[in-house]
Write a new protein. Structure first.
Length: 317
């Protein structure tokens, strides 16, 4: 992997894609191959999956475009979306781990979205409503008891959505955890262990919401399945912990943990690359120096192997 591309975008979850299957495109940009929806509601316009209601064509109930490729469990889903006009009732969503119902309906978790952004970054559930808000880390235990705490970096979270423009959702489902990212900013983290309501796999679908005239569009839809090795990989857990330390402002502790992974002879290249990017984002001088050294070589693994013995003592004052 080229380091310029790898380090080009800051923020967001660094571990997504580590030791996973190849990313697959779910939409060819031309037609609705691989998708199934209610006739008359879905089409492709300007390279995007589109649904639109008008004063003459009113949407009276939610209808969904359902992906026909399976019912993924642990995965990373990315897509771009846009809604208009810019009013609160311009509403849509992305269904994940959901059940198919008759008449083009579905049931389950939804990554919510609105044109104004006021519900974008929320997790909605058809039986439980808005179960996790933007800016929250939520846990629901086996008995259904909900606890919540605020995520750090509140200002960045509320500034993530771009009104009137294309926005990017990244949805990570890993075991009982669902994490939502808007434009590479972590905006919601939800862990569902409810013994009656939680669901670990299901269909993917796009929503056309009932209400006033509106248009919703989706493009660049890509899916990456997480392997079982990824879910149980201690290196992955360490990356998640390092990211949480960063979110809490504990930059030195995060950098030290990233360097532990960099110094490990057993870490896969993808883990090392994620650790390097994370270390750079802490702002530490030693990490910046290693980044510049690696960037000049433009070959992460060769540089890492060459300098590994010095990782533990490399410092830039």
């Amino acid at each position: 992997m080229k380091l310029r591309a790898f380090l080009g975008a800051a923020g967001g979850l660094l571990i997504a894609g580590v030791a996973t299957a190849e990313q697959q495109s779910l939409f060819n940009g031309k037609d609705l191959t691989g998708w199934e929806g209610e006739p008359g509601w879905w089409h492709v316009e300007d390279g995007a999956i589109t649904a639109e209601s008008t004063p003459d064509k009113v949407c009276h109930r939610a209808t969904y475009l359902i992906w026909q490729g399976g019912e993924p469990s642990d995965f990373e889903l990315t897509l771009d979306f846009k809604l208009s006009p810019n009013i609160k009732k311009s509403n849509s969503g992305v269904q994940i781990r959901s059940e198919r119902r008759p008449n083009w309906d579905v049931f389950g978790y939804q990554a919510d979205m609105t044109a104004t952004g006021h519900l974008s970054g929320f997790v909605y559930h058809h039986a439980r409503g808005l179960i996790a808000a933007r800016g929250e880390r939520v846990h629901i235990d086996a008995e259904g008891t909900r606890t919540a705490e605020p995520l750090p970096q509140v200002d960045a979270i509320h500034a993530a959505f771009k009104v009137g423009e294309w926005n990017r959702y990244r949805i990570l489902c890993d075991g009982p955890m669902i994490r939502l990212f808007l434009n590479d900013v972590t905006v919601c983290e939800f862990t569902d262990e409810d013994s009656k309501q939680a669901r670990g796999e299901g269909i993917l679908a796009l929503q056309m919401h009932p209400g006033p005239p509106m248009k919703v569009q989706f493009k660049n839809i890509r899916l990456r399945l997480l392997s079982n090795e990824t879910v149980n990989d201690p290196s992955l857990e360490a990356l998640i912990e390092a990211e949480r330390l960063m979110e809490e402002g504990k930059l030195q502790e995060a950098e030290d943990l990233y360097w532990t992974l960099l110094n490990s002879e057993t870490s896969e290249q993808s883990v090392g690359e994620a650790a390097l990017r994370g270390a750079v984002l802490t702002g530490g001088a030693r990490s910046r120096a290693l980044w510049l050294e690696t960037l000049q070589a433009d070959d992460f693994e060769a540089t890492r192997v060459a300098v590994r013995p010095a990782f533990a003592i490399k410092r830039v004052q």
